[in-house]
Design a protein around this ligand. Structure first.
Ligand code: FES
Length: 103
């Protein structure tokens, strides 16, 4: 059973952009892409950079530090030097709010 947590108002997630927020002691990145919302850990798996300071293009987030990239839908790395997947989280939109399942 998933533990859904209400983390944001859907309208507060910008389209074609990324925001960072603290949820239950974790640093989470929320991405708005084509009307959908995706969530991953906000800390890059390559170094200690926050992806919310990076650049989102389509479904790809580019890390601000060494320009590694990840697919925000799966967390999978898509461009060097990123090689390790980001943790990604299930998202649902309900009642105009964004819910994450953290475990
Ligand atoms: Fe993100 Fe190096 S810290 S690519």
């Amino acid at each position: 059973t998933s533990n859904w947590i209400d983390v944001a108002v859907q309208e507060d997630v910008p389209q074609d952009d990324v925001i960072g927020l603290a949820v239950a002691g974790r640093d989470i990145a929320l991405y708005g892409v084509e009307g959908e919302v995706f969530a991953t850990d906000n800390i890059c798996t390559h170094g200690h950079a926050q992806l919310c300071d990076g650049f989102l293009e389509g479904h790809e987030i580019e890390c601000p530090l060494h320009q590694g990239r990840f697919d925000v839908r799966s967390g999978q790395p898509t461009h060097a030097p990123a090689t390790e997947a980001l943790r990604s989280y299930p998202v649902k939109i309900e009642g105009g709010r964004v819910w994450l399942a953290l475990d």
